[in-house]
Design a protein around this ligand. Structure first.
Ligand code: B12
Ligand code: SF4
Length: 498
């Protein structure tokens, strides 16, 4: 039996915001593939990532597409002659790419079983199964479930796997209800991602061309690593619980050493993005991993681009992060207004702790980025402005680079449910930026203050580049080495229109 796991191409222009594609190996698929292979089932596993050729085209809807076109993707899939095609979708904003691929695969290969997985379909399995092309949806973590699904096909049984839904089950699912699923209790039991099934050097090459897995980290042989899954906090905008749950499950230090050693020695990785949702939830465990990073020679740079909490830091911990090769931390602040943080976001974060972290990072010259969100239902325009002022002030004074976004109500989140319940979506239900209208604000008002923020941010960026030696040389190096990527990123930042 031949199994082909696919990552579709991606849209580049999203609701008026053009993003520079950020591409890393499809970690979810590599984990699913690794588990299937380790099961010893008699099947051949292949991985196809449609993004790797890095070509831009325009499709019939006028959308800019990055990677193989849909037709090229189908031709590639046909050549593999798969019995099962597994499609991954990481983002709701890209779901139509996955659905389109499923449709074209089914048309071209009607006997092939089409399976889909990832965060969006985990929340909306009915939506996916309503499409004739999709046979099964794997909910949540795919490693065990996909292996069991394949086992059933190999053994000629009708699949009945916990967390996998097919056409027959969907009929019995009440609309908008998804089955409850279990999470893998011991993630150390999982094999390492099957990196050998993709050409990692092709991804390093993409990073050299300005398509790194993360913003501005161009040119590195960087890899995305996850040391834990799930988060016990209950931030109302965060969608991670739908796929990974509330229980914090983590890899042991031994597992992480094995993983990091493989990446460094076998693939020459020189930079690690720790993409955990809550890397520092157990600070002592984080200390152990970072302690190991500091023993590596040559030093391996690292960062936390997915954000860490602002209340798990001590002065000593920041100092050690810097010494161990950390290039920057990203702190998830969300709002500078305690009422919004406590009553709307449910972040349970004391801003005083964040202020300490900012000061310590400044003291040890460790770059700090910060996430903020404005536009929550219940928030006022004044409160949004307070967050904007805070973000710009900490950028100007301490160099804390702000990544401030207007709310995207992600499916499966409490905020999405609240917005639906109270009718805060202006027109139709969409999962894009700045769609909410309440008694306190309209999307137009939010857009206005957001655009003012962007210009002020740009001015501070220019000022800092001219007055900070470090920023000047850092930015000069990027412009000199990656002129195209810099122009593209700058143009996109300025043209954001939502
Ligand atoms: C790294 C990352 C990125 C990187 C991706 C770089 C890359 N690798 O190419 C970048 C920076 C580009 C990014 C961008 C965005 N991201 Co992001 N990102 C992540 C992050 C932190 C890690 C992804 C990852 O590798 N996970 C690890 C693997 C193991 O998990 P997984 O992919 O979900 O796969 C598992 C299951 O889903 C399932 N599965 C997945 N696919 C398949 C397929 C089959 C066939 C099967 C059987 C199973 C299966 O099995 C896997 C193993 O258990 C996740 C959070 C998270 N913890 O997952 C957010 C996350 C995916 N991102 C999210 C969002 C919202 C975004 C943005 C929209 C943010 C923004 N405002 O711009 C953009 C979208 C960009 C775009 N392309 O359109 C949300 C998605 C929610 C949603 N419903 O859309 C997440 C879940 C974060 C969150 N807490 O809400 N992101
Ligand atoms: S935003 Fe961070 S702290 Fe909050 S629930 Fe999500 S992962 Fe946990």
């Amino acid at each position: 039996m031949k199994v082909l796991l696919c990552h579709p191409n991606q849209k580049v222009s999203l609701e008026g915001m053009k993003g520079r594609p950020m591409v890393g190996p499809p970690l979810g698929l590599l984990l699913v593939a690794g588990h299937l292979r380790a099961s010893g089932l008699p099947c051949e596993v292949e991985v196809y990532d449609a993004r790797v050729n890095a070509v831009f085209t325009t499709n019939e809807k006028g959308e800019t597409i990055f990677g193989d076109t849909d037709l090229e993707s189908v031709e590639r899939i046909k050549r593999a002659r798969p019995d099962i095609v597994g499609i991954s979708n990481m983002f709701t904003v890209q779901i139509d790419r996955a659905y389109t691929l499923a449709k074209l695969v089914k048309e071209a290969l009607p006997d092939t079983i089409v399976v889909i997985g990832g965060p969006h379909v985990t929340v909306f399995p009915q939506e996916a199964l309503a499409l004739p092309a999709i046979d099964y949806v794997v909910l949540g973590e795919g490693e065990h479930r996909f292996t069991e699904l394949v086992r059933a096909f190999i053994e000629g049984r009708t699949p009945a796997v916990e967390g996998v839904v097919g056409k027959t089950q969907v009929i019995s699912l009440p609309t908008h209800k998804k089955p409850t699923i279990k999470y893998i209790p011991d993630i150390d039991q999982l094999p390492l991602p099957a990196y050998d099934l993709v050409d990692l050097h092709a991804y390093f090459d993409l990073a050299r061309r300005g398509y790194s897995p993360r913003y501005r980290e161009w040119g590195k042989r960087a890899m995305t690593v996850i040391t834990s899954r799930g988060c016990p906090h209950t931030c109302t905008f965060c969608s991670i619980h739908a796929t990974m749950g509330y229980k914090y499950r983590f890899h042991s230090l031994e597992y992480m050493k094995r993983h990091i050693d493989l990446l460094v020695t076998q693939y020459g990785v020189d930079f690690i993005h720790f993409e955990d949702d809550n890397l520092t939830h157990m600070p002592e465990r984080y200390d152990e991993i970072i302690g190991y990073m500091s023993t590596l020679r040559p030093k391996i740079g690292w960062d936390t681009p997915n954000g860490v909490r602002g209340d798990s830091w001590t002065r000593e911990r920041i100092k050690k992060a810097k010494e161990s090769g950390c290039q920057f931390l990203t702190v998830a602040i969300e709002s500078a207004v305690p009422r919004v943080l406590n009553e709307i976001v449910h972040k349970r974060l004391e801003l005083a702790r964040v202020e300490e972290m900012i000061r310590w990072c400044h003291e040890f010259n460790l770059r700090l980025h910060a996430f903020y969100i404005i536009g929550f239902p219940g928030e006022t325009l004044e409160e949004m402005q307070t967050t904007i002022d805070f973000a710009l002030d900490r950028y100007r004074r301490y160099g804390v680079t702000p990544f401030l976004q207007t709310l995207i109500p992600l499916p499966g989140t409490p905020i999405h449910r609240i917005i639906l319940k109270f009718g805060f979506f202006k027109d139709k239900i969409e999962t894009k930026h700045n769609q909410v209208t309440t008694d306190d604000f309209t999307p137009e008002q939010v857009r206005k203050i957001y655009r003012e923020y962007l210009w002020k941010r740009l001015a501070i960026f220019a000022l800092r580049t001219l007055t900070s030696r470090h920023d000047f040389f850092y930015n000069l190096r990027l412009v000199a080495k990656y002129p195209k990527a810099v122009v593209h990123a700058a143009r996109n930042a300025i043209s954001a229109s939502w």
